[in-house]
Design a protein. Structure first.
Length: 73
């Protein structure tokens, strides 16, 4: 039971941190687009932000699955 709780905590915390970092990257992509509209670098930043944000959501989703497992045992 302790290992399941530890996994849950790790997934939940890392998911929230990665999700927040992805949103920060999205803000940076927006700033890049506003400052240099003729550049294409904001597309790369936005794509990386999308990947990081979705990774954070996946980690947090796994934390939810683990929490449900903890509550049903």
């Amino acid at each position: 039971m302790k290992t399941l709780k530890r996994k849950w905590l790790i997934y939940a915390i890392s998911g929230l941190v990665v999700f927040g970092f992805g949103l920060s990257l999205l803000g940076e992509a927006n700033i890049e687009k506003l400052q240099r509209p003729d550049s294409w670098h904001w597309v790369v930043y936005g794509t990386i932000a999308l990947i990081v944000t979705n990774s954070g959501l996946c980690l947090f989703g796994q934390a939810v699955v683990l929490r449900v497992q903890m509550l049903t045992k």
